[in-house]
Design a protein around this ligand. Structure first.
Ligand SMILES: N[C@@H](CCC(=O)N[C@@H](CS)C(=O)NCC(=O)O)C(=O)O
Length: 221
């Protein structure tokens, strides 16, 4: 049975990174759109799959999994031999991978979310952007990127010299800062290593195709 990916219709967030792993691995899937505004993720049927009533979620032949990063890791492991490896092997490489995964969820993502809430979330809800709040959030996020500049000065990707799912995790909300809010914080001249990494990531054919076409809507087998 083809894998089912439950997402909201707007391409982005956790759904985008799951779709990116599927694209990198060239895995067929069927997209099921969940209308969050209509509370379709809060029905008893959906809550039986996901107690928090959120997307993304996958149904892989009856195996239900939620949390976008966990889904990405599952897919990378399941399809290890297809496309780029996306997960390292070996004790120390795996430890560095776990370190990078924690850095993304504990440092990058919370700081980014403060920027995204103000610069993307508020306009989407028809609310005015508070420039002082946005400026403070940008300072906080810049400090995280300064640390990334050091890390990426020593290695090509977030978890070492190979692309991994951790790099893909960073595609959850950061691309929309430039494309939707005109904030080019990921490609500042003073952070050449972050810029190199970021430009390489967003130029990957799988990501470029997803940007143009969004989620796959038809089932392929
Ligand atoms: N940590 C979760 C976040 C999931 C999440 O917040 N999903 C949002 C859409 S991007 C959602 O379903 N919101 C509806 C709700 O929380 O009721 C993940 O990465 O999968």
């Amino acid at each position: 049975m083809v894998l089912k990916l439950y997402v909201s219709a707007n391409f982005g967030g956790g759904g985008a990174i799951v779709a990116m792993v599927l694209a990198e691995k060239d895995i067929s899937y069927e997209t099921i759109f969940v209308n969050l505004a209509k509370k379709e993720s809060k029905t008893p049927e959906f809550l039986a799959m996901h107690p928090f009533g959120q997307v993304p979620l996958i149904d892989d032949d009856g195996f239900i999994l939620y949390e976008s990063r966990a889904i990405c890791r599952y897919l990378a492991e399941k399809y290890a031999d297809k496309g780029p490896a996306l997960l390292p092997t070996g004790l120390k490489a795996m430890a560095i991978f776990e370190q990078a995964a924690s850095v993304e969820s504990a440092n990058f993502s919370p700081a980014l979310m403060k920027v995204a809430m103000e610069a993307l979330g508020k306009p989407r809800r028809g609310l005015p952007v508070d420039q002082a709040v946005l400026d403070e959030a940008l300072v906080g996020f810049s400090e995280k990127l300064d640390a990334y500049e050091v890390i990426l000065g020593k290695q090509k990707f977030a978890a070492g010299d190979e692309l991994s799912v951790v790099d893909i995790f960073h595609l959850m909300y950061a691309p929309a800062l430039a494309s939707r809010a005109g904030i080019d914080i990921m490609t500042k001249a003073e952070r050449p290593n972050v810029t190199r990494w970021w430009n390489e990531l967003i130029a990957r054919p799988a990501w470029v195709k997803l940007q143009a076409e969004g989620y796959k809507v038809a089932t392929e087998s």
